[in-house]
Design a protein around this ligand. Structure first.
Ligand SMILES: Cc1cc2nc3c(=O)[nH]c(=O)nc-3n(C[C@H](O)[C@H](O)[C@H](O)COP(=O)(O)OP(=O)(O)OC[C@H]3O[C@@H](n4cnc5c(N)ncnc54)[C@H](O)[C@@H]3O)c2cc1C
Length: 307
């Protein structure tokens, strides 16, 4: 019989709800591979119901207030707590851009791509439960928050009982469902450095239905100087074993006079760099074709937002 996610959770497990990061890392140190962290549970519980994961111990992050919230840093960057829900992040970004929620597309900020990724994220119910930290730690190639965070040069902090390290998000994803985090490590912070003035960004997601994960998604960030693309990042999801940056396309774009023809060329270049597969959501060929189109369109949209 094929596994489904409609099973009851019948294997028994012990449930912990620590109050501090230290208590959580102590539990991780004690139970190691037998334990799983749970944030919103929208990935973990599905995997448990499908019997792909059967932890003996669940460590909930729900009561650790230090892992939530969003802070503007003094130098203009942003610190996002991993248990911030996708909905809370969307609302924060929307209100900090002083936009009415129904008008989220107005181009007034360089964080538009992250805001758009949150807005495209499944259903309202999932948005209220799913956390940004869970989205990254689940390490799906389709994680919607990953491309905009990669395009903003995000960093993540991982903490264990005895160590702490901060690394670029580009080093975080290793394989489908696998990140660089050790079983005894907790993701405790996500940092976005301040971006330069005259920067615009955009995120585009193509999915079979609105509530589905992407067939292909792309986020771009572009900084202009006059008519030139002074700096740029291009990141894609659902097109390789991990969320990825199209670094050759970025190099081809930086320093060039921006135009529709250039955006088209860069879209095609990005599509050459991806390594898509065919699966239930889309064929390899469709992903390749669509990647070029959405990178081009995201570049055009982001460029408009730099003005
Ligand atoms: C119906 C449905 C629709 C969905 N649609 C989308 C979609 O449109 N886009 C999308 O990207 N995803 C989607 N998802 C997947 C899921 O909702 C997201 O990946 C979500 O962000 C996971 O967050 P969570 O808090 O629920 O994670 P959890 O399920 O709690 O955890 C996920 C994994 O991360 C680990 N983890 C969580 N937090 C930490 C931490 N701080 N430190 C270390 N490890 C941690 C857990 O141990 C687990 O392995 C969907 C899921 C469902 C069920």
């Amino acid at each position: 019989m094929l596994p489904t996610n409609t099973h009851l959770l019948y294997p028994e497990f012990d449930y912990f709800a620590p109050l501090t990061i230290y208590e959580a890392t102590e539990l991780l140190a004690q139970y190691g591979e037998d334990a799983r962290i749970m944030a919103g549970g929208t990935d973990l519980l599905v995997q448990m119901k499908m019997e792909r994961q059967q932890p003996s111990y669940i460590i909930s992050l729900a009561r650790i207030s230090a892992l939530g919230g969003i802070k503007r840093l003094e130098h203009g960057g942003l610190e996002i707590g991993p248990t911030t829900t996708i909905r809370a992040l969307y609302q924060y970004l929307t209100s900090s851009l002083q936009l009415p929620i129904s008008n989220f597309q107005s181009p007034t900020s360089n964080l538009q791509s992250l805001q758009e990724a949150c807005n495209w994220f499944s259903t309202i119910q999932i948005m209220h439960m799913a956390t940004i930290g869970g989205n990254l730690c689940n390490a799906s190639p389709a994680a919607d928050s990953a491309p905009p965070l990669l395009a903003f040069d995000a960093q993540v902090t991982l903490k264990s009982k005895t160590s702490e390290r901060t690394l670029p998000l580009t080093e975080f994803f290793i394989a489908p469902g696998k990140s660089i985090a050790r079983p005894d490590e907790l993701l405790t912070h996500i940092y976005l450095p301040a971006s330069l003035p005259d920067t615009g960004s955009a995120f585009i997601k193509i999915a079979r239905v609105t509530a589905d994960i992407s067939q292909v998604c792309a986020a771009v960030r572009i900084t202009r100087e006059g008519n030139c693309a002074q700096d740029a990042r291009i990141a894609l999801g659902s097109v390789a074993p991990t969320p990825m940056r199209a670094t050759v396309a970025e190099r081809d774009l930086i320093g060039q006079t921006f135009s529709l023809e250039l955006a088209e060329h860069i879209g095609k270049q990005a599509a050459q760099e991806i390594k898509p597969i065919s699966d239930v959501r889309a064929t390899r060929e469709y992903r390749q074709h669509i990647a070029a189109v959405i990178v081009r369109d995201a570049l055009l949209r982001a460029w408009e937002r730099t003005q």
